[in-house]
Structures are given as C-alpha cells and as structure tokens.
Design a protein around this ligand. Structure first.
Ligand SMILES: Cc1cc2nc3c(=O)[nH]c(=O)nc-3n(C[C@H](O)[C@H](O)[C@H](O)COP(=O)(O)OP(=O)(O)OC[C@H]3O[C@@H](n4cnc5c(N)ncnc54)[C@H](O)[C@@H]3O)c2cc1C
Length: 396
C-alpha cells in the first residue's frame, strides 16, 4: 500500500471525526477498526456547545441535532431542591449552539461513518485490530490482525484513536500516568419520567448527596441515572436487580419497581499519556486521556483533540505549514487534559460526594453566588462548556 495516506486506528467518535475532516480536505485516509461493526455501547451522551460548533463542518450536524434533545440548562441540586441552574443561552454571543445536546455517541458515529462512505479517498476496514507500530523515518506502518492473518498498512502518519486501552499507545511505549478511582460508576437507563416528579428538572442535573450522590441525564425516551458504587461491592452485586432497584429508589422512592432498559458498570480513571506524539504517530481521545464522566469532558475533549490534529495534518499535507506544525498538537492539547479536564472532573466529583459539612456548605454557597452574578456565571458557563479550555489551548 502507498505511504501516501493517513492511518487512523479506531472508529470511535474521535477517529471518525479525524477521518471525515481529512477526507473532506482531500487527504486519503484509512480507518482500522478492531470490531466487526461500529460499536454501539452506551457511553457519552452529552455534547457541549463548541463541539457542536466544530461538528458543523462534517455536514451531518443537522441530522444529529434531530436525533437528540437540547438541554439549554444544567442544574446542581440537592434533595431539598435546586441549588443553582446555569443557562447556556447566556453565552449565545459566542456559540451557535447555546445548549448541550443529549444524544448517544454511537448515533454520531453512525452518521460520521455514513458521511465517510461518500468521500473519495476514505476507506474503513473492520475486524482490523492494530497490534503494532513500525516507523522508518519517512513512513509509519500499522501492524494489523485481520481474521487470523497479519497485514501491514503503511501511511505518512498514524492517529491512535483506539480508546483507553490503546494498542498504539502501548506499541509506542508511552506511559499512561494517573490513577483509577476505587469506586466504579453504574449507569442505569429507565423510561420512568423523573421530570414529572422533580419540580422543573433540567435535562442534565447533578444531585449532591453525602450518602449517595448521582446525576440524571435525559436522552431521547429515557433518563440515565449515573451513580457511584462502593469499592467492596462485586460487579454481580452491583448489577443485580436488587441493587439497581435500591439505587433507583434512592433517587426517588416510588414503592413500585422501576422499569430498567440498560445497566452498565464502568471503572473510572484519571490518566493522561506522557506524550501525545512519537515520530509519525499521535494519540487522540481516550487513547491520550481519560477522566471521570462528570462534566462530560472525555469525548468532547477527544473531539477537540481530533480537530486540532486534523487541521494541522491538512496544513502539512498541503505544504502550507512545515512538519514542526504537528508539534503544536501536543503543546496545546496535553496541558488541557492535565490541568483542565482532570482538575474540573475531579473537583465536580469531590463536591458532589462530600460528607464534610463545611465543604458541602462552601460548594452550595459558591454555586449560589456564581449563578447570581452575571459575570461569574458567564465565566462558569465558558468553563463547563469547555470554551475556556479551547481558548486556553489557543494561547499555548
Ligand atoms: C458511562 C460513561 C459516560 C460517558 N459520558 C460522557 C459524556 O457525556 N460526554 C463525554 O464527553 N464523554 C463521556 N464519556 C467518555 C466517552 O465515552 C469517551 O471519552 C469516548 O468514547 C472516547 O472516544 P474515542 O473515539 O477516543 O474512543 P472509543 O469511543 O473508545 O473508540 C475507540 C475505537 O477504537 C476501537 N479499537 C480499540 N482498540 C483497537 C485497536 N487495537 N485497533 C483498532 N481499533 C481499535 C474500538 O473498538 C472503538 O471503536 C463517558 C464514558 C462513560 C464510560
């Protein structure tokens, strides 16, 4: 195969965003996906305003918006009611999408994959697990297992968007520093209408609670309830009907069993790769950074990585910028993962779960004060929408 292509490992949201952008700019691209079809696991469901702004260039955004629900507000609540409600319409001066879109990430993947199929120069290989990376100075080769056979795909560059367990990262011998939280997160989906029970419930609502905090996310037709588990509980215990029911009754006691459509248990990590680039290979998305899902920064940050890198690759490919342009990717994106997503998602978690009355009070007081002050709430909205992180990256 000609080396005159960019290789992308992984057809998740990040790999597909990169591939679509490259193909739309006439850069030939080969996507290598380990699974036999696009995975449809239930993971991210929150898309932030600047991510939606970026996705406009794909040409599939209108279809995606039609599949999701707009959440113009986000609430921090406690049992007694709402602590603070932030309204994204306050930042309508700087985003064309002043809301979070609530929609499962696999629906975006399907649309991006469909788009890719219409673009010349783009190809996707399923059942193609990248197991190794070789480099010779002028090209990079992905070693791929395909149905029991080993094949080699050669390209000019390789983007490792192959998720948290990234083989590309391992093949490049890049450490994934950080830690794993002792608790895991249980996500349960139910058609039960929490919005008819909690007064003026926003479609994204975080409930602070010293005993068992949780958050509620609306997706089309369902509410997703996300809550932490105790480290000593086994997976089977957590996923049992009794445990799921107990957790839902903890959210709102109804006395009758809840209908449950999905239940999934996830380990929660905070890790950032020591490098985002080695020679002609790059890491993006979960391959480069993972954090707890509070604030919905993982996939959103990954898509922001994807655009940053793809734009640079296009400029270098066209000869509009020197090779050194590609160094700017790690310089801008890695500090964001370290300082921004990690710090904010950790702070969110600690605030919601705190059992310390002084910290609880301080959190509630700060939230009320922030929402009451237009300047403070504007800045807060810039932070939680991740616009602040993009501005910070642009300065690096
Ligand atoms: C419960 C939960 C809720 C979440 N909610 C949010 C949210 O609301 N907002 C948010 O921003 N983030 C959220 N996240 C995080 C989000 O799901 C991830 O950050 C996102 O999926 C990362 O996208 P990715 O493309 O980097 O990786 P993935 O989505 O993991 O995609 C990687 C792809 O690579 C493939 N692959 C793996 N290994 C190989 C290989 N060796 N060779 C070839 N292909 C390979 C996989 O099959 C997969 O298709 C959540 C995560 C969880 C667990």
């Amino acid at each position: 195969m000609s080396a005159d292509r960019v290789l992308v490992a992984g057809a998740g949201p990040v790999g597909l965003v990169v591939a679509v952008y490259l193909a739309q700019h006439d850069v030939p691209v080969t996507v290598l996906e380990a699974e036999s079809a696009l995975p449809e696991t239930l993971r991210a469901s929150t898309f932030h305003p600047p991510t939606l702004d970026m996705l406009e260039s794909t040409g599939v955004l209108d279809d995606f918006l039609a599949l999701g629900l707009k959440a113009p507000t986000v609430q921090y609540r406690e049992r007694a009611g709402c602590i603070a409600e932030f309204d994204f319409r306050q930042i309508a001066d700087i985003t064309a999408h002043p809301y979070r879109l609530q929609c499962e990430q696999f629906k975006l993947n399907r649309l991006l994959y469909g788009k890719l199929a219409t673009l010349p120069g783009a190809e996707v290989h399923f059942s193609s697990e990248v197991t190794g990376v070789e480099e010779d100075g002028t090209s990079v080769t992905a070693v791929v297992e395909q149905g029991g056979e080993t094949r080699r795909f050669r390209g000019s560059y390789l983007v490792g968007a192959d998720g948290a367990r990234s083989n590309v990262r391992k093949a490049l011998d890049i450490p994934f520093d950080g830690f794993t939280w002792p608790e895991r997160f249980l996500v349960v989906s139910t058609p039960f209408r929490f919005d008819e029970q909690f007064a003026e419930l926003a479609r994204v609502s975080y409930f602070a609670d010293p005993v068992e905090w949780f958050f509620l996310l609306r997706v089309p037709g369902l509410w997703r309830v996300m809550s932490p588990t105790r480290p000593e509980e086994s997976d089977d215990d957590v996923l049992s009907d009794a445990s799921v029911e107990r957790r839902l009754q903890n959210v709102l006691p109804t006395g009758t069993p809840y209908p449950v459509e999905h239940r999934t248990l996830y380990p929660v990590h905070q890790r950032v790769a020591a490098r985002y680039r080695k020679g002609r290979a790059f890491l993006a998305g979960d391959a480069a950074h993972i954090n707890n899902p509070l604030g919905g920064m993982g996939m959103n940050g990954g898509i922001h990585d994807g655009y940053n890198l793809a734009e640079r690759l296009v400029r270098v490919w066209r000869g509009e910028a020197p090779e050194s342009e590609l160094d700017g990717y790690e310089r801008q994106r890695r500090p964001i993962a370290l300082e921004y997503a990690n710090v904010h998602s950790t702070r969110n978690k600690l605030n919601l779960e705190s059992r310390d009355p002084a910290r609880q009070q301080e959190f509630r007081r700060t939230m009320r004060e922030t929402v009451a002050d237009p300047n403070k709430s504007y800045d807060y909205l810039l932070r939680i929408s991740m616009i602040a992180s993009l501005r910070q990256a642009a300065r690096l």
